[in-house]
Design a protein around this ligand. Structure first.
Ligand SMILES: O=C(O)c1ccc(O)c(O)c1
Ligand SMILES: [Mg+2]
Length: 637
C-alpha cells in the first residue's frame, strides 16, 4: 500500500508540513496549490524540498471549473491549464486533479465534458502529464463518481483518468459496488477521508469536518475494499479538511494519519479478495480479556491517604513487590498497585503529574503479538530496567505519557504475581464491598487529543466506539467518547475538556496533562455495596435531594426505591437494555475519584447523570474553581 497525504490535511507552513509528513512515514504528498502559492520559493525549490525528504509528489491540486465551459471562458480555462502544467513540470509531478465544475456558467452534457477532457488529454500527453477527474459531491452537473467515470470513459484518452475520493462517494451514499467495474488503470489516485455523521450541507461538512479513516462514521473500509478488489495498487492519499487539524500539531496529525492508513490497509487485507493491496504483515487486533491492574504513582503521604480511601472501599493489601516499593490492593478481580519508588518512571511521572493512576495493564491472548501490532502502528514502546528474575512486561506509552502494560496468561506474564510479588496477610482488613471488576477507566484528555486516542485504542485492540455524547459541566461542555469491546471486558471513556474551568479541564491543568481521572468498579448488588461502604466509613458524594424527585417522576420509580437511592446517594439511569446504578466517592488530589456501578443489562455510562455528579464533585475542589499555583513535586527531596 503506497501512502500519501495532502498538505491541506495538517497545520503549519509547507516546510513544517513536509517534515511532519516524512517523519510519519508517508511515501508521498499531494501538494495543495495554496500551500505552494504561499511558499516563498520556486516550484523547483518545492519539488527539491519534497524529494529531499524522501517523498514523491503524488498529485498537484485542485484545478477548478474546467469542463463544460462556454466561450470565451473555455479558451481561458485551457490557457490556465497550460500554466498549471508548467508548474507541475517544474515541481516534478505528472498528475493534476480536476474537480467537477461548480461554476454557474458551466454547461452540462456528458459528451461536451468528455470532449473537453479529450482535448486536455492531448495537451497533457505532449508534456507527459496525466489528468485525474474527481466528482465533488456538490458539483454543478457532476456529483457522482459514476458520472465522472462515464466522462472519463468517453474522453477515451490514456492521459485522462478518474480520481475517487471516499468522502464524495460516501457522503452521498453512492453504491460502492459501482467501483468494482472500473478498470484499475483508469483510477489515477484514490483519496481517503472519513467524517462524523452530521446532517449538514455537503460542502460545509467536507471542508470542516473530515477526519482520518476510522475516526468518523463513514464505511471507508468497504470503500477501500471495493477499490482494492479492482487490483488498484497505486497511492492511497489522505485528504482531510478539518479545522481542528489545521490548528493542531503537524507531527501528531501526520502520525495519526499514517496510523489510520496502515490500520485501514490491514483491515482491507483481512477482507475476502483484496488482491492489489500489500500491507506489512502484523497480528490482528487483539481482544482484551480484562484489566490486569491499575497502578498509582504517589509519595508516602499520598499513599497513606489513598490506602485509607481504598480500605473504606473494601480493598486490602494482598501482595508486596519483592524488590520495589509497590503494594497490591485487591478486591474481587480488581488489583490496584501503589508505587512509591523514589527512582524510575513512576517517580518521574509523579514529579510531573503529582499523584496519579499512571499505568494500566491490559490482559490479552498473546502480549508479544499485541506488542508487535502496537509498534507496527507507531505506538511508542516503553521499558525500564527490571530486577534479575523479575518479569519484563511489554508496554507502550498511552494517554498523557502513561503506560499500558500488556499481560497474557500463556507466558511468565501470567505468573507475575507469583514471580515478582510476595503474598501479604492483612490482619486489619475491612470487610469487602463486593466490588468485582473494573467496569471502566475514564481518561481525561484535551479536546484536540480525543481523535488521536480513539484511533490509538481502536487500531491496536479489538474495540469499537459508540457515538460521542456531550456532558454538561456547570463551566462548559465536556465531550465524552466511549471505546469498548463487545464482551464489556474493556471499557474506556475519553473525556475531552475544552476549557480549564470544567472539572475535566481543572484536572488536566492541575495534573499537568491528560490521564486517568476516575476508575469505576462493578458490583452485582449496589445496595449491599452501599451498606458495606457505610460500615467501612466510606463517604459517598452527596447528591442533591432535588435529583431524586426528578428521577422518580422521569422513570416512574417506586417511591420506596427512590427513597433508598436518596438515602445512599445512588444515581439511577435506564436504557432499552436495563437499569443502571452509580455511586461516587469524593475527589482525591486534583479531581480524581472513584465510581461504583451496578449494571442490570444497561449498556451506557450514565451520561444523563453526569451534570449532577460533576456539580457535586466540583464543590469539593477549590470553591472558585481556579487552578492553584503550579507546584513542583519530587519524592526524593
Ligand atoms: O472542497 C473542495 O473544493 C475540494 C477540492 C479538491 C478535492 O479533492 C476535494 O475532495 C474537495
Ligand atoms: Mg478530493
Amino acid at each position: 500500500m503506497k501512502t500519501s497525504i495532502a498538505t491541506v490535511s495538517i497545520s503549519g507552513e509547507l516546510p513544517e508540513k513536509l517534515a511532519a509528513i516524512a517523519k510519519a512515514g508517508f511515501d508521498g504528498v499531494e501538494i495543495f496549490e495554496n500551500d505552494f502559492l504561499a511558499f516563498d520559493g520556486s516550484p523547483a525549490d518545492v519539488g527539491r524540498m519534497v524529494r529531499d525528504h524522501g517523498l514523491e509528489i503524488t498529485l498537484f491540486q485542485p484545478f477548478r471549473d474546467f469542463e463544460g465551459m462556454p466561450e470565451p471562458h473555455r479558451t481561458r480555462t485551457f490557457d490556465r491549464a497550460e500554466r498549471k502544467f508548467d508548474i507541475m513540470q517544474q515541481l516534478g509531478t505528472d498528475l493534476v486533479l480536476i474537480c467537477s465544475n461548480v461554476s454557474p456558467v458551466s454547461l452540462g452534457g456528458i459528451d461536451r465534458a468528455a470532449a473537453d477532457f479529450h482535448e486536455l488529454g492531448e495537451r497533457a500527453a505532449k508534456r507527459g502529464l496525466r489528468v485525474g477527474y474527481e466528482a465533488l459531491a456538490w458539483g454543478r452537473h457532476i456529483f457522482d463518481h459514476r458520472d465522472a467515470w462515464e466522462i472519463v470513459r468517453r474522453a477515451d484518452h490514456a492521459n485522462i483518468g478518474l480520481i475517487l475520493d471516499s468522502f464524495h462517494t460516501l457522503s452521498r451514499k453512492i453504491d460502492i459496488n459501482s467501483i468494482r467495474s472500473i478498470p484499475k488503470e483508469k483510477i489515477f489516485i484514490v483519496q481517503l477521508a472519513d467524517a462524523p455523521l452530521i446532517d449538514m450541507d455537503l460542502l460545509y461538512w467536507s471542508r470542516h469536518f473530515r477526519n482520518m479513516p476510522g475516526e468518523g462514521d463513514l464505511p471507508v473500509v468497504a470503500f477501500t475494499s471495493a477499490i482494492a478488489e479492482t487490483g488498484y495498487d497505486g497511492y492511497f492519499s489522505l485528504e482531510i479538511f478539518n479545522d481542528q487539524f489545521r490548528g493542531g500539531s503537524a507531527k501528531a496529525i501526520a502520525a495519526d494519519g499514517h496510523r489510520s492508513l496502515i490500520t485501514l490497509g490491514d483491515r482491507v487485507r483481512r477482507g475476502p479478495n483484496a488482491t492489489g493491496l500489500t500491507v506489512a504483515a502484523m497480528p490482528d487486533r487483539a481482544p482484551v480479556k480484562g484489566v490486569g491492574f491499575v497502578e498509582f504513582s504517589v509519595d508516602e503521604t499520598d499513599a497513606a491517604e489513598l490506602v485509607a480511601i481504598l480500605s473504606t472501599l473494601g480493598f486490602h493489601k494482598t501482595a508486596q513487590h519483592r524488590t520495589k516499593q509497590v503494594s497490591v490492593y485487591q478486591q474481587g478481580e480488581i488489583r490496584l498497585l501503589i508505587n512509591t519508588e523514589r527512582a524510575g518512571f513512576a517517580n518521574a511521572s509523579y514529579a510531573v503529574h503529582g499523584p496519579s493512576a499512571y499505568a494500566t495493564a491490559l490482559v490479552v491472548e498473546d502480549a508479544a503479538e499485541s506488542m508487535a501490532r502496537a509498534t507496527a502502528l507507531g505506538a511508542e514502546s516503553f521499558s525500564q530496567p527490571v530486577g534479575s528474575g523479575e518479569v519484563d512486561i511489554p508496554a507502550i506509552r498511552g494517554v498523557g505519557g502513561g503506560v499500558i502494560y500488556l499481560l497474557d496468561k500463556k507466558s511468565d506474564l501470567g505468573r507475575i504475581w507469583d514471580i515478582d510479588f510476595l503474598t501479604v496477610q492483612d490482619d486489619e482488613k475491612s470487610p469487602s464491598a463486593h466490588l468485582r471488576t473494573i467496569d471502566h477507566i475514564a481518561q481525561t484528555v484535551a479536546y484536540e487529543e480525543m481523535l488521536t486516542w480513539l484511533l490509538f485504542y481502536t487500531a491496536i485492540f479489538q474495540t469499537q466506539k459508540t457515538p460521542m455524547v456531550d456532558i454538561i459541566d456547570p463551566a462548559g461542555v465536556v465531550r465524552s467518547q466511549v471505546i469498548e469491546n463487545a464482551a464489556g471486558t474493556l471499557r474506556i471513556t475519553l473525556n475531552g475538556a475544552e476549557n480549564r474551568r470544567t472539572l475535566a479541564g481543572h484536572f488536566i491543568a492541575e495534573t499537568f496533562g491528560s490521564g486517568i481521572q476516575h476508575l469505576a468498579f462493578s458490583t452485582d448488588d449496589i445496595f449491599a455495596t452501599a451498606a458495606a461502604l457505610k460500615q467501612n466509613g466510606f463517604r459517598p458524594l452527596h447528591i442533591s435531594p432535588n435529583y431524586y424527585d426528578d428521577v422518580e417522576a422521569r422513570f416512574g420509580l417506586d417511591p420506596e426505591l427512590s427513597e433508598r437511592l436518596k438515602a445512599e446517594n445512588i444515581l439511577y439511569d435506564r436504557d432499552e437494555y436495563g437499569e443502571f446504578f452509580q455511586l461516587y466517592s469524593g475527589t482525591y488530589g486534583e479531581g480524581f475519584f472513584f465510581e461504583i456501578v451496578e449494571r442490570r443489562g444497561y449498556r451506557g455510562y450514565g451520561a444523563a447523570n453526569a451534570i449532577f455528579r460533576i456539580a457535586a464533585l466540583k464543590k469539593q475542589i477549590r470553591p472558585d474553581g481556579m487552578p492553584a499555583l503550579a507546584k513542583t513535586r519530587s519524592r526524593s527531596q
